[in-house]
Design a protein around this ligand. Sequence first.
Ligand code: PBG
Length: 312
Amino acid sequence: MRRLVAETSFTVDDLVAPLFVLEGTDEPVPISSMPGHFQHSIPSLLTEAKKLVSLGIPALVVFGVPRRKDPVGSEAWSPDGVAQVALSELRASLGDEAVVIADLCLDEYTDHGHCGVLDDHGRVDNDATLELYGRVATAQASAGAHVVAPSGMMDGQVEAIRASLDASGHRDVAILAYAAKYASSFYGPFREAVDVTIVGGGDRRGYQQDPSNSREALAEVDLDVAEGADMVMVKPALAYLDVIAKAANRVDVPVLAYQVSGEYSMVQAAAQRGWIDADAAATEQLTAIKRAGARAVLTYFAGRMAEILGDG
Ligand code: PBG
């Protein structure tokens, strides 16, 4: 009876699995703040990706962790940058079996840890960054990304990336825009995963959304759709279920949500102490995110959820 009347069902088709790849490592490096996750080597990335796809997961999102960082983040668009190598290896191995998404940002690649380049006063220069995002998009598309996912929250980024992709012959590469991305404490473990520290104890409140507000987040969603986003995303997920619901009611492109590192690690930490059941908590949270209106969820529980759903 419960199955018959359930309003929401979470399936393997709703999962997008984030993966980290570290340049120049032979062995995968465990991420201590994200139990079960690694900074992968290229071979371990391919093994993990194949496993996730064989479990039925339809999409992966790749984050590169370079060895060399500089003020402009040039490894982000270098043809032999770690993300580009990983993307082309993934496509060679998976073909079109799964959607290969490239996170598109500079923070993993800049020595100051901001998502864009800095001006003479040390402030993020929005418009100078757009040109670099265009280069990154083209490099990722050339390496084989089906989708690029700009996460830097610069104004005009979707339009700039669409123009760059079209001009470089990648008209069929889609854009998943991190449209409503909040300046959140829940990204903490991710910064270890990608070896990012923001210079001078800084933060991203100048370009990410304020947790007090949903209206400006919806304005960001509208802008991204108008600029050509094929899908939009709300991030983090659980603290912003209202924003997911409003976005899903407002626009006709698919709305995705990102259950971020801190959301994952809180569940794992409590479960390790025996305080909650991780599988049950993950299932409940992901169902809630979908109930709110997310078409799919980027989640570090993807592999485990696919196993649970497969056993169901
Ligand atoms: C920025 C980016 C971040 C995340 C994804 N892309 C971090 C940030 O904005 O500081 C966070 C993801 C997570 O916490 O799981 N490139």
